[in-house]
Design a protein around this ligand. Structure first.
Ligand code: PLP
Length: 455
């Protein structure tokens, strides 16, 4: 089997060297996608290749196309940089090669998920009795949460959706904000509810739902099966729906509340921002990412459900050979996967590395650095187009064409990387501060580059 130790060590060493280089490396680099694809392609080899050679070829082919998104001056999308212990744990998870389906296939993986799940609930202020499915991303977490919702609202109407499907089922009304994330719509499509089921709730200027509009939409309908999707952390502005008031309105009417809190739910982990998600514990299900603001490696997210029985009824499957999966639902019972990798080790390691104070400090520091961006860019004469409540900042540089040119120039320059977005009909630069390694100096250097390029 060759020298496995040497092979694994050189892969880990290479990854470490790469990661260490990120703080000084060009963030955006011009990429020749055709050359990159050429480097990977060619006829399918018929002969075996020594692993060391495979690794060297892979590194050579991939390096020119790697994005320094784990580095401290990447502010595109909502992207963190995986924490050291969490990354090392993921390297171990790959090496251990565990099947995290249940406690028979990997007792350690299930135990790590159980412990990490308890820690996550405590940090986020989600009831300790909730179930936690360790899923691939908030997309999958939204799907699991909405599947649980679909189960319960139809069960309340006397319909067993897992057995009978949706043909002939009572119609479900899905109430969701106008500024919901696009993954909500995909989850609704996958669950057979369809996007036409959405009754949109209008948004306040910052993107949070308008409570009067929610009240009106709730009233306008019958008391039939109703699912309400709320959001913590609008992907443009960071705005959070007023969860307490919204949940109380829904409770009076009847219905299931799902909260998409992919990154914004982390506001709960700091006393400085907790008020933004006040009342989150009143919801029925929650989606939250690990691989965004918590700075865990991809793929890592959490599907929480206040009713573990409902969660498992919607998601679990059983087969005669799945011995030992009895007892509390765990592992694959709470996700849409059967065979799955042991992503709980990295979650446990990341939380252990930071501690609760470290998670709070991470959230506070990112918010503070977002405000630093806003203040600095406003002082340089540019328009900050949102109220900076969390880690997201929107900036305008004049008309749409000019803003797009500035965004393109910043991306080409390579000091830092920000994306563009359309918000309320305008093109804007979108800055997301989500990386645990970003410093004030990184922000100041980025502001200087933007100011220079926009001038
Ligand atoms: C990023 C995001 C998602 C999707 O999360 P993935 O981890 O990419 O699947 C869903 N909702 C919101 C609000 C997000 O920011």
């Amino acid at each position: 089997m060759g020298d496995l130790g040497h092979l694994f060590r050189s892969a880990a060493e290479h990854a470490a060297d790469y990661r260490t280089s990120l703080s000084e490396r060009q963030v955006g680099v011009p990429v020749d996608q055709v050359a990159l694809t050429d480097a990977f392609s060619g006829p399918l080899p018929s002969a075996a290749c020594p692993p060391e050679r495979v690794l060297a070829d892979l590194i050579a082919a991939a390096e020119p196309g790697l994005v320094a998104s784990a580095g401290p001056r990447y502010f595109g999308f909502v992207v963190g940089g995986a924490l050291p212990a969490a990354t090392a744990a993921d390297i171990l998870a790959a090496g251990w090669d565990q099947l995290a389906t249940n406690a028979v296939t990997s007792p350690a993986a299930v135990a790590a998920e159980a412990a990490a799940g308890d820690w996550l609930k405590e940090l986020l202020g989600i009831p300790a009795s909730a179930s936690v499915g360790f899923v691939t991303g908030a997309q999958a977490a939204n799907t699991a949460g909405l599947a649980a919702a679909r189960h319960q609202v139809l069960a309340d109407a006397g319909w067993d959706v897992e057995r009978r499907g949706l043909l002939g089922a009572p119609p479900i009304r899905v109430i969701a904000g106008q500024e919901r994330h696009g993954t909500i719509d995909r989850s609704l499509r996958l669950l057979g509810l369809g996007t036409d089921a959405v009754h949109p709730v209008s948004a306040e200027p910052n993107g949070a739902i308008d409570l009067e509009s929610l009240r009106a939409v709730l009233r306008a309908g019958s008391s039939g099966p109703t699912i309400v999707c709320l959001q913590a952390g609008n992907v443009n502005t960071g705005a959070c729906d007023r969860l307490r008031e919204a949940c109380e309105l829904v409770r009076r009417h009847g219905g299931w509340v799902h909260v998409d809190g992919a990154f914004g739910l982390w506001a709960a982990a700091s006393p400085a921002t907790r008020h933004l998600v006040d009342g989150l514990e009143l919801a029925d299900s929650w989606a939250c990412d690990g691989h965004k603001w918590l700075n865990l490696p991809y793929d890592s997210a959490f599907a929480f459900c206040a009713r573990p029985d409902v969660h498992a009824a919607a998601m679990s499957y059983s087969a005669a050979y799945l011995v030992g999966s009895g007892g509390l639902p765990a592992g694959a019972d709470l996700t849409a996967e059967s065979s799955r990798r042991a992503r709980g080790f990295a979650v446990w390691a990341g939380l252990r590395e930071l501690g609760s104070l470290g998670v709070a400090a991470l959230v506070e520091r990112c918010c503070e650095l977002a405000r630093r961006f806003a203040t600095g860019l406003a002082r340089a004469g540019f328009e900050v187009a949102n109220e900076v409540v969390l880690n997201q900042v929107l900036v305008g540089f004049g008309d749409d064409a000019r803003t797009d040119r500035v965004v393109a120039a910043v991306q080409a320059d390579g000091t830092c990387w920000m994306g563009g977005t359309t918000w309320r009909g305008r093109r804007l630069m979108r800055i997301s501060v989500s990386n645990a390694a970003t410093t004030e100096a990184d922000v100041d250097r980025s502001i200087a580059a933007i100011t220079r390029l926009a001038g």
